[in-house]
Design a binder for this molecule. Structure first.
Ligand code: PLP
Length: 394
């Protein structure tokens, strides 16, 4: 196979050259422990502070509001459990979230339920948006936290974060957003948007895996997640992942500087994919077209299984993902697709193509050449499709 087209950038991304080059010295020469007082330790400490400034700038936050973590999942766990445990001491044991959050948030909420917290799971509409009015109505006297994702990882819908932030600030309730998929694709301003805590992850924005960050607004106090040393201003223990933090800083700077240009290019590629794939009969786009990540295409094809689609695409050199079964280790289709009202059958036949800054028009043309053929081939072999034919449905 000589052709390889990577269309799974929401799963992870390739490290950028500038990120890699910035990291190398911190793996080779400047390998000191940032807590050590001699020269290479101080250099390491300074490199972390510089990365902190870059991350803060990209979010319009203050450097002291940025805390480095091990991944987006850790940031979500820390924000939600830390706020829950801290505010439970004041009798606030209610949390509001949505049904279609990433498992890093949903499973954290489930675990808090087992500890006696009450969670409200807000619905989303058929296009994949949370209604801010629902947030407002769900807030109670004992609400500790609202946690709503910035953009959905499967269907790419961007949530009304500013409106939700305003409601939470007015009601004096903490607001956390999982922005793992939004960072680098959407202009974020934590100050203007009244965000109290925001999670992000390095490997989604061309930095390495195993590094993330949590923004915590100055003045917001949450419990620590791990016990140990005094790193990260006494709030996140553990020797810092120095080289990766340096990489994350550079990736945030690159993402911040090139955002509008990237969004314009990728929106055009995304629209080309969507418009052409919808020409295939009996397909539907999942998630609204307005307020959608420039990187996300999610299409369901009636009569076929996502796994078959992924395997045949892989044979043709295309890496993508689907919202069904084996990829998630479960037989149920994606909770996100079910949340927007898809029935099990059509949810199983879904395909997520997620674009990144290295994708080209040629990649898209190739995908548009391969996908219709693969769908046709799978439909010809599909008993479900044959049955639909016999019933005159297709
Ligand atoms: N939140 C969202 C919306 C995600 O898409 C992901 C990863 O796919 C995560 C959290 C978890 O991030 P990480 O892989 O860095 O733990």
């Amino acid at each position: 196979m000589d052709r390889f087209v990577y269309l799974d950038n929401s799963a992870t991304t390739k490290i950028s050259k500038a990120v890699f080059e910035a990291m190398v010295p911190y793996l080779t020469e400047h390998y000191g422990n940032p807590s050590s007082i001699y020269r290479i330790g101080r250099e390491a400490h300074m490199a972390i502070d510089e990365a902190r400034e870059k991350v803060a700038k990209a979010l319009n936050a203050k450097p002291q509001e940025i805390f480095f973590t091990g991944c987006g999942t850790e940031s979500d766990n820390w924000a939600i459990k830390g706020a829950a445990h801290r505010l439970a001491k004041k009798g606030k044991k209610h949390i509001i979230t949505s049904v279609f959050e990433h498992h890093a948030v949903l499973h954290t909420c489930r675990s808090l339920e087992k500890e006696g917290f009450e969670i409200t799971y807000l619905p989303v509409d058929s296009l994949g948006y949370v209604n801010p009015v629902d947030v407002k109505e769900a807030i109670r006297e004992d609400t500790a936290l609202v946690t709503i994702m910035y953009a959905n990882n499967e269907i790419g819908t961007i949530q009304p974060i500013e409106e939700i932030g305003k409601i939470c600030r007015e009601k004096k309730v903490l607001f956390h957003t999982d922005a793992v998929q939004a960072v680098g694709n959407v202009r974020i301003d934590v100050t203007a948007q009244n965000i109290d805590m925001l999670s992000l992850s390095g490997h989604k924005i061309n930095a390495p895996k195993g590094v993330g960050a949590l923004y915590i607004r100055q003045g917001v106090v949450i419990d620590n997640f791990m016990d140990g040393g005094a790193q990260e201003n006494n709030r996140r223990a553990g020797t810092e992942n120095l080289a990766s933090i340096v990489g994350l800083g550079v990736a945030m700077e690159e993402a911040h500087n090139g955002l509008e240009e990237k969004a314009e290019k990728l929106s055009a590629l995304r629209d080309k994919l969507i418009d052409n794939l919808l020409q295939i009969p009996h397909t539907r786009l999942n998630g609204g077209r307005e307020n959608r990540l420039c990187t996300n295409v999610n299409i369901s094809f009636e009569g076929i299984e996502g796994e078959g689609l992924l395997l045949l695409l892989d044979l043709n050199g295309i890496a993508a993902s689907s919202g069904s079964a084996c990829t998630s280790g479960s037989l149920d289709p994606s909770h996100v697709l079910l949340a927007i009202g898809l029935d099990h059958g059509i949810a199983h036949g879904s395909l997520r193509l997620s674009l990144g800054k290295y994708n080209t028009e040629e990649d898209i043309d190739y995908a548009l050449q391969v996908i219709p053929q693969v769908v046709q081939r799978l439909r010809e072999m599909s008993p479900v499709w044959q049955e639909m034919k016999e019933q005159g449905l297709v």
